[in-house]
Design a protein around this ligand. Structure first.
Ligand SMILES: [Zn+2]
Length: 224
């Protein structure tokens, strides 16, 4: 089941440029302080952080957070700066599909698990294909909403690589919907962002949607 197809288009004006400055203004707590905060949440849940099974949990949670949120220490722009120009004139769509990612919703800090499909239409320069997946990771491993994740991936590739077009489609399940709140398992959210030729040329867009073979994409609507 699909909902909010094309939601990224509505959210496209939400630039992500504000974020680094906002983050820099927030002082990072010590590991000790972070572990104490987890203890407080365990007590809030109704359990005793002093019992045997929970003794090392604050330490483990803080360590897990380092993995969940390592994207804050990665620079997606730097990932894309190394490009290759020896392509023998290759000028067709380059697409990487089914990039699995795990993120966390910024409203509840519970997992968002999904797949991203990323494509660009090169303008003389190409990038190492794994870099597309690493850009997805760098933005996914932060506190996110899916619309912003979609926009950040597309805009960064567009701004750094300067291709003729960029397309990003993300399909994801939000555990804040499946395990709490409205409890709707099986629902996935689809967002997309089309830039350049993928936005202006319906045949390029169709080619991308056919390449990713997405059911969601087939039912989606994209403005030209
Ligand atoms: Zn949520």
């Amino acid at each position: 089941m699909t909902m909010e197809s094309g939601g990224a288009l509505a959210a496209e004006e939400e630039a992500n440029d504000k974020e680094p400055a906002a983050r820099a203004a927030v002082a990072r707590p010590s590991r000790e302080e972070a572990e104490r905060a987890v203890e407080v949440l365990i007590r809030w849940a109704g359990d005793d952080p002093g019992r045997e099974g929970l003794l090392n949990t604050p330490e483990r949670v803080v360590k897990a957070y380092e993995g969940f949120f390592e994207g804050y220490h990665q620079d997606p722009v730097a990932l894309l700066e190394r490009t290759f120009e020896e392509t023998d004139g290759y000028d067709e769509v380059v697409a990487l599909r089914n990039i699995r990612f795990e993120s966390h919703c910024e409203h509840h800090i519970v997992p968002i698990i999904g797949r991203a499909h990323v494509a660009y239409l090169p303008d003389k320069r190409v990038i190492g294909i794994s870099k597309l997946a690493r850009v997805v990771e760098a933005y996914a491993k932060r506190l996110q909403i899916q619309e912003k994740l979609t926009t950040q991936i597309a805009n960064t590739i567009n701004d750094v690589l300067r291709p003729k077009g960029v397309a990003v489609v993300i399909e994801a399940a939000h555990q804040c919907m499946t395990t709490r709140g409205v409890h709707k398992p099986g629902v996935s959210m689809v967002t997309s962002r089309m830039l350049g030729r993928f936005r202006s040329d319906p045949s390029t867009r169709r080619e991308f949607l056919a390449l990713i073979g997405s059911d969601a994409a087939a039912g989606g609507h994209w403005e030209s």
